[in-house]
Design a binder for this molecule. Structure first.
Ligand code: F3S
Length: 689
């Protein structure tokens, strides 16, 4: 096996300068990068471990110096840096700065700007920002053919520094024939075109071609696409460990190149392993790997054996001088995930090396980053296919929630959590649900998921099912899902029913929220089902029984009853006798003395004992009198004392009663209390007669 390595492989001048600057700044322990410094996780992770964090918003700088990456930033970022008083190190590549100047000048002269590049690439965003985001951005010949231009404009065409040389030539061809006044500038970086040219030459002459680069790196992707045009056996991997070398071990000639953001250590590691493979080509890659894992680097993906799981931390034997540790936060994106539930000693797992400290031998590993690598493809596909992926909402954040889907963190905007407005997003925390992947931003590694469409579909299905089974006359359980002034909506398991405010209680209530709250579990009676309109009407009070059914006996005129003052008007007080039954205590029946208004002697909440003076079952009205009750009491007390009767005395069952006026002996089945109303009534009646 012969290995041909491209001379142009690896860091370009601009990237090298930015990386060296960042490592130098890391010594001050007071700097951060605005966006990932380069498209390479190995480097960004290592910088992260050295304290150089990556921030997405300048507001996160918190007094640290900000490093601007080689892609550059739009003008408004410089303004924000100045207005926030943030000091910064500008690592914008010299060649990119030249393009900024060209755009600025052309724009000032009124020329229209066309950029060949990826619209969401940071370099293109920075360039477009100079034009106030008015530039036309084209990423392919097809887009150049379809773009709309005004005839009389003067245009200048330039390219993203890492754009494909071939594709740019095609775009130039198309636009030259479409635009009369077009100034074409070739701004593709010399390093990029040289790299692409050299790679194509190598690809043409080898049996297999390997491109080492981060999957989010634009120039690495272009490199891969270019080589693939010349050699079917082109492989694009982030590290040599991602490649099944067994497959190409038998190849005669292997070409190798790397993108501008691929660090030398990854190229060196690839060469080392390939040359060993060359020497021992009778062995498999796995065998070689197991023989050779004596050194580890940050960013490596390796296999190891689980030794033990202790307090949520997993120890892994990697064949290295010391074992690696997967700390709690690196096992899964789900903070509740328990390693012991899915792993046991002896299991062989793939891990990502986060950090290797050669001094104290600490090796920090991550399983969740492997989950990312393994599952990101499925996530990417799900954007197109709209496949439903299962996930769990683990936390709420500003504007939505975070879900772990296939082991990856995804942002779920609040408008996407359900098909209707969700007041309390926290109530979704911990729920396992199905999600659609709405967006995946490769560059920022951001996944946006949602379930509004899914929830709508699910609810339609549940609704159809519910309407098949719910019938008038049924008692049904549900949960209060929403309250309005006119009623309470109750979730019946996929379909909502409405309990109108008048159907909640036999008592008069002003608003449903006076007696119900969201989340209450209730049982209701189905009073109507309208399949056409999709409406179900419910009644809670119906199941409680009509209190008026027994009112005739309980509130017969002459009965003494107890109740609570619930409302007062100028003409009297309403007394609640039981749920659903109020009686009116007219002002003239409150006291013997003359009063101006009921509140002179009564307050809401007072318990009063009154006499029923009238019961009208048809109009459901009960008239009460406190005055008559008190008069009756006084009368009874006076009569009793005249007869020398102890009104406190209570005759035991069968005992002779000392109040011969009403009975001689206590009835056999009850205690006979002389304070009871029927006794007093007798006196009262006697008196009235
Ligand atoms: Fe600069 Fe060219 Fe690299 S523009 S950042 S030297 S690819």
């Amino acid at each position: 096996m012969e290995i041909i390595v491209a001379k142009s492989a690896g860091f370009c001048a601009g990237v090298r300068k930015a990386v060296e600057t960042a490592y130098k700044c890391s010594e001050s322990n007071n700097c951060c990068t605005f966006g990932p410094l380069i498209h390479n996780r190995h480097v960004t992770d290592e910088l992260g471990a050295k304290g150089v964090a990556c921030i997405d918003s300048l507001k996160e700088a918190n007094g640290r110096n900000v490093i601007i990456r080689s892609h550059g930033v739009p003008p408004e970022v410089y303004s924000e840096l100045d207005s926030l008083g943030i000091s910064y190190v500008d690592c914008t590549c010299r060649d990119v700065k030249k393009i900024h100047e060209l755009i600025r000048e052309s724009f000032r002269l009124g020329k229209k700007i066309i950029i060949a590049g990826q619209k969401d690439h940071p370099e293109v965003i920075a360039c477009n920002g100079i034009t106030g985001y008015t530039a036309v951005v084209l990423s392919s010949r097809e887009q150049a053919e379809q773009a709309v231009f005004c005839d009389d404009g003067e245009y200048i065409l330039l390219a993203q520094t890492t754009f494909s040389v071939e594709e740019y030539a095609k775009i130039v061809d198309v636009l030259s024939s479409r635009l009369k006044r077009l100034d074409v500038k070739n701004t593709i970086c010399g390093a990029t075109s040289a790299r692409q040219k050299e790679a194509s030459e190598i690809a043409k002459n080898v049996d297999a071609m390997i491109i080492l680069g981060d999957k989010t790196s634009s120039n690495s992707i272009k490199l891969y696409e270019t080589c693939k045009n010349f050699n079917e056996n082109t492989f694009f991997v982030e590290s040599i460990n991602d490649l099944q070398l067994k497959f190409i071990a038998s190849s005669g000639k292997i070409g190798l190149t790397a993108g501008a953001s691929t660090p030398p250590v990854i190229i060196k590691e690839a060469l080392q392993l390939m040359s060993e493979l060359e020497k021992k080509n009778d062995k498999s890659f796995e065998e070689l790997l197991s023989e050779n894992i004596v050194s580890l680097h940050t960013g490596d993906v390796v296999k190891g054996t689980v030794i033990q799981i202790n307090n949520g931390e997993v120890s892994v034997n990697l064949g290295y001088k010391s074992d690696g540790i997967i700390q709690k936060g690196e096992f899964s994106e789900d903070p509740d995930a328990d390693p012991a539930a899915v792993l046991k000693s002896g299991d062989i797992i793939s891990v990502f090396v986060i950090h290797v400290n050669d001094v104290d031998g600490t090796v920090l590993l991550s399983k969740k980053r492997i989950d990312y690598l393994n599952n990101i493809e499925e996530i990417e596909k799900a954007v197109e296919s709209k496949a439903v992926l299962n996930g769990k909402i683990i936390e709420t954040v500003k504007g939505g929630a975070i879900a772990v889907i296939n082991g990856l963190r995804a942002f779920v905007p609040s408008s996407q959590i359900s098909n209707r407005f969700v007041e309390d997003i926290d109530s979704f925390k911990g729920k396992e649900l199905g999600f659609n992947i709405l967006e995946y931003d490769k560059g920022k590694r951001k996944i946006i998921a949602g379930r509004r469409e899914l929830a709508t579909k699910l609810i339609e299905e549940q609704k159809a099912k519910a309407f098949e089974t719910i019938e008038v006359g049924q008692s049904i359980d549900g949960t209060v899902s929403r309250l309005t002034d006119f009623g309470a909506f109750v979730d019946l398991g996929g379909v909502d029913g409405l309990v109108h405010v008048s159907e909640i209680s036999w008592n008069r209530i002003r608003r449903p929220s006076d007696v119900l709250k969201v989340g209450d579990k209730i049982r209701a009676y189905v009073i109507d089902v309208n399949k056409e309109k999709g409406k179900i009407s419910l009644s809670i009070k119906n199941l409680l029984g009509d209190p008026w059914a027994t009112a005739e006996e309980k509130y017969a005129p002459g009965n003494i009853v107890e109740g609570t003052v619930v409302r007062m008007t100028d003409f009297g007080a309403f007394v609640a006798l039981e749920e659903g039954i109020d009686g009116l205590l007219h002002i003239s029946q409150i006291s013997d003395k003359r009063i101006q208004k009921p509140s002179d002697v009564l307050s809401i909440g007072d318990t009063v004992t009154v006499k029923v003076t009238e019961l009208n079952l048809e109009t459901k009205r009960i008239s009460l009198s406190k005055k008559q009750y008190e008069k009756q009491l006084a009368y009874e007390a006076g009569e009793a004392s005249m007869l020398g009767i102890d009104t406190e005395h209570v005759a035991e069952q069968g005992e002779e009663c000392e109040r011969a006026c009403c009975c001689e002996e206590a009835p056999a089945d009850i205690y006979h209390d002389h304070g009871e109303p029927e006794v007093a009534d007798k006196f009262f009646e006697k008196d009235n007669n």
